[in-house]
Design a protein around this ligand. Structure first.
Ligand SMILES: NC(=O)c1ccc[n+]([C@@H]2O[C@H](COP(=O)([O-])OP(=O)(O)OC[C@H]3O[C@@H](n4cnc5c(N)ncnc54)[C@H](OP(=O)(O)O)[C@@H]3O)[C@@H](O)[C@H]2O)c1
Length: 239
């Protein structure tokens, strides 16, 4: 996807915090925006009235996604594993199956997703993930493993996808485009913090960065201590 102002982008999960930041970044770049969000959340997009098209519906509803992605050059998808009915994998599958041929597909997730098994996690991170996965499933609140299944489906696809793995998120003013690395555990990522507005910036940036096609970048704020103290290597983008 080029940066031409005539581009049309669909944001799946537009009414969340990340989604609304992505809308703003897309509008700033002159993109036409179509947003998909649950019907009960349409009011959260009131600030954008008249500036975007809204397609109300669940993000795993294939009819909704088919309408929303029609004519779109790029699709930004917020992958969330709410409930225990394969919401994430249903959403990812619908986007992969129904987006226009050649569209750039960018998905969000957390650091726990690994593509090649070479990510290195601290014991604390693994224990917390195991506990949260168990508790969320017990309460039928979320199925973290479904986000894993969603990403496995993306990794198996030959479409032009990028899966952006966010660190711990915080609110606040932008600190610029985050830096990224191939694997969690790489020293540059040690600070484990990114402003949510910049996570959104990176997602939108990925639409036009060919170097990120079929990559799984793990991101961290470029102003974080680990990013500032680390000198660039082949696996790190400071662009
Ligand atoms: N939070 C973190 O610390 C963190 C860290 C790393 C990565 N990430 C990743 O960042 C992305 C966004 O996460 P976020 O925490 O910033 O959240 P967010 O942007 O506020 O997005 C939450 C999304 O979940 C939807 N949602 C909420 N309750 C739901 C339900 N019961 N059923 C279906 N959908 C529901 C929301 O839709 P409505 O507007 O309709 O409620 C919204 O689209 C995710 O891909 C996540 O894996 C988050």
């Amino acid at each position: 996807m080029t940066t031409s102002t005539s581009k049309r982008v669909c944001i799946v999960g537009a009414s969340g915090k990340l989604g609304r930041y992505m809308i703003r970044h897309c509008l700033d770049r002159g993109y036409e925006v179509v947003g998909v969000c649950r019907p009960e959340s349409v009011g959260k997009l009131a600030d954008f009235e008249g500036q975007i098209c809204i397609e109300p519906g669940r993000t795993d509803d294939r009819e909704v996604i088919a309408r929303a992605v029609r004519g779109c050059d790029g699709v930004l998808t917020v992958l969330v594993p709410f409930g225990v009915r394969d919401y994430s994998s249903g959403t990812a599958g619908a986007v992969l199956d129904l987006a226009e041929p050649g569209a750039r597909l960018v998905f969000s997730c957390g650091w726990h997703i690994t593509r090649d098994g070479k990510d290195v996690y601290s014991l604390g991170f693994r224990l917390l993930l195991t506990f949260f996965t168990w508790l969320a499933r017990l309460l039928r609140f979320a199925d973290i493993d479904d986000q894993v299944r969603a990403c496995d489906r993306i990794f198996a696809s030959d479409r032009d996808w990028t899966v952006v793995r966010g660190s711990d998120l915080e609110e606040g003013e932008s600190e610029g485009l985050p830096v990224w690395s191939e694997h969690v555990g790489d020293p540059i990522l040690a600070s484990n913090r990114t402003r949510r507005v910049d996570f959104a910036r990176f997602m939108v940036h990925a639409l036009t960065d060919e170097a990120l096609v079929r990559k799984v970048p793990a991101i961290v704020s470029r102003q974080s201590a680990s990013a500032l103290s680390y000198s660039s290597t082949e696996t790190v983008s400071l662009a």
